[in-house]
Design a protein around this ligand. Structure first.
Ligand code: SF4
Length: 624
């Protein structure tokens, strides 16, 4: 039987199992603008993997960018794979079929490179599950010459140490800047018949590439890190990659349109990368520096091309704080003009309280139907100064009042509990603020006061690597529960709602966020015990994770504890461009409740190190 006949049989088997699963369209590919390239005619084949289901993974902009960028090159192809839902996983295992890509229905094992997007620590067991489903040995050292190289990218690669046993390499920074250099090295290696090890040695020369096996870690008797030793020829420190000129950054000529409704079913374009507000808890704000805006012309030209091609009726202008875009009013007005006739709506997914105005919000018809979300983050002005979220109670009240006046009836307020220096007074601040906002809403809505609703959502603060709070302790499980009950008891009554995150998930997120290599064993154990989809509260198994940690001799407390400034951190050899001194200074300023201003303009620069390390500076569409 030839290869094509074998493939034909396999595809028929897949068709059979697809009849038995929920939402088979998650697995069939063939979406509008999907690309199927001839397998034999390219030099390098990449499987882009997202460790969550189709609806979540499809909405991920980074993966879509890389997909089109790679497929636009004659020598390479990229196909997609998302984590199969449980029913699909069972069917695959029953039929002994490997996990396959959407485009050509080939096993991940047949690719040269499998790239995982590391968006969230609690998706790590899904990565192991996907490798296993494809028949790829989990541990790097168990894989042979015929197995693909496994690469990780995205925010998780700024501390990928818990995954170090399973991955061949990680890319720090922006994928579109480096992926083609990586593929070029792999193509060269294949052409010359190099071993995987030779290819890796070559990949070490690509800036931003981190290959964990080239670093050994020593621990003290107390379990702290004694040293991280680079092995020749690896660089002692790996620095992230950034796109310097965002106007020239890659934008696809085509956009995928899904079969199954994803969480964000709309055209998306980034107004800018980076955020320089300097919130001290925010990893994205730190690692995506410096701020780089796209010019209005590039944005509108792109959307004019994409909208007719996809038929989308909504455009999302994404960024870490979209309303900070220098020319936001101009862009919104132009887009409204361009697309009014087609009834295309605009949305800004993240609006800061201090940049909200009814005029700005007026551009987003349709959103009024739903609620409006603001993120004061902390309940008192004092604590907001600690985290560098420079918002007064008066500003919050003014903005929410403006929103009620403009017609919104439901507001959602997003807070974190367990922020450094938080006391019960700060928690009471959340309650008081929510009640004050509710009563303003009621007053302004008069006869419709009964419809006014204020929802408080409280997540638990998780200290993240490469932020000023990377040394701070995380709340224990017991203390998190106590603080949640404090709020639960007080945020009751008509018009008030309280939602909170499962504290056990936050504990595991915290362990993996600041984790070291020893966690690889616990991760594998947790997966063996049956953990997958840990980020889904109804699927998360705290009991199994505890079992996995104790089986490997690790304790959550050791990962949640405070670190001293002198301690070697597991990610000290990975550099997001930020000077450790800057992070330390910011942490001390937090203690002193001092605000640090936005560095969008050179004058506001607080010398975090990024611009000098990256040879890039803030680039604003306004030309500053
Ligand atoms: S070096 Fe200065 S301008 Fe550049 S990101 Fe850091 S603080 Fe901002």
């Amino acid at each position: 039987m030839n290869h094509d006949q074998q493939e034909g049989i396999k595809i028929k088997e897949y068709d059979r199992i697809l009849e038995r699963v929920e939402k088979p369209a998650r697995y069939i590919g063939g979406e509008l603008n999907a690309v199927v390239k001839p397998w034999e005619q390219v030099k390098v084949r990449v499987a882009l993997a997202f460790p969550d289901i189709y609806e979540i993974g499809f909405s991920h902009l980074g993966l879509r960018l890389l997909y089109h960028l790679i497929n636009e090159q004659a020598d390479y192809l990229a196909e997609r794979v998302y984590a199969p839902a449980t029913d699909m996983e069972q069917e695959l295992r029953k039929a002994e079929l490997p996990l396959f890509t959407l485009e050509s229905r080939r096993s991940l094992a047949e690719f040269d490179l499998v790239g995982f997007t590391l968006q969230y620590e609690l998706s790590y067991t899904n990565i192991l599950n996907m490798l296993n489903l494809a028949g790829i040995p989990l541990r790097r050292e168990e894989r042979g010459e015929g197995d693909p190289l496994i690469i990780g990218g995205g925010p998780g690669s700024y501390n990928p140490e818990p995954l170090a046993d399973f991955f061949d390499l990680f890319l720090l920074g922006e994928g579109e800047e480096a992926i083609l250099e990586i593929l070029e090295k792999i193509a060269l290696g294949k052409e010359k018949g190099w071993s995987k090890q030779d290819i890796k040695q070559e990949l070490l020369k690509v800036p931003g590439v981190y290959i964990p096996e080239y670093y050994t870690v020593e621990y003290t008797d107390e379990g702290k890190i004694a040293a991280i030793n680079p092995l020749s020829p690896a660089p002692p420190v790996v620095r992230k990659r950034v796109v310097r000129d965002f106007d020239r950054a890659y934008l696809p000529q085509k956009e995928l349109v899904p079969w199954v409704e994803p969480v964000h079913d709309r055209a998306m374009v980034e107004l800018f990368r980076g955020c320089t507000r300097g919130c001290r808890f925010c990893q994205a704000g730190m690692v995506y520096r410096p701020v780089r805006e796209r010019s209005p012309a590039v944005l509108t030209d792109y959307l004019k091309k994409i909208i007719p091609q996809t038929g989308y009726d909504e455009i999302s202008l994404t960024s870490l704080s979209s309303a900070d875009y220098t020319k936001i009013e101009e862009v919104l007005a132009t887009l409204a003009d361009c697309f009014a006739a087609q009834n295309v709506r605009l949305s800004l997914p993240s609006l800061r309280i201090d940049s909200f105005s009814p005029e700005l919000a007026a551009h987003f018809q349709g959103e009024r139907k739903g609620g409006l979300t603001f993120a004061p983050e902390a309940g008192t002005e004092r604590l907001r100064r600690v985290i560098n979220k420079n918002l007064t109670d008066e500003q919050i009240m003014r903005t929410t009042e403006a929103a009620f006046t403009a017609g919104w009836q439901r507001l959602k307020l997003y807070f974190m509990i367990g922020l450094p220096t938080e006391t019960d007074e700060d928690l009471q601040g959340i309650v008081d603020l929510a009640r004050a906002i509710l009563s303003v809403g009621r007053r302004l809505h008069g006869p419709k006061a009964g419809r006014v609703q204020v929802t408080v959502s409280a997540s638990t603060f998780v200290p993240k690597p490469h932020t000023p709070f990377q040394w701070r302790p995380q709340l224990s499980l017991a203390e998190t529960k106590r603080r949640q009950s404090f709020l639960q008891e007080r945020l009751v009554g008509r018009g008030l709602q309280f939602s909170w995150h499962d504290p056990t998930l936050s504990v595991m997120e915290g362990v993996l966020s600041r984790g070291d290599r020893r966690l690889g064993k616990a991760l594998a154990k947790a997966w063996e015990l049956g953990c997958t989809f840990d980020s889904w509260p109804d699927r998360f198994r705290w009991d199994l994770w505890q079992q996995a940690l104790s089986a490997t001799g690790l304790r959550t407390e050791d990962y949640l504890r405070a670190r001293s400034y002198q301690e070697i951190l597991p990610w000290d050899h990975l550099n997001a461009g930020l000077e450790k001194d800057y992070l330390r200074r910011e942490d001390q300023r937090a203690e002193e409740e001092k605000i640090t201003l936005d560095c969008r303009t050179r004058k506001g620069c607080t010398i975090c190190g990024v611009c000098s390390h990256m040879g890039a500076g803030p680039r604003l569409a306004g030309g500053e």
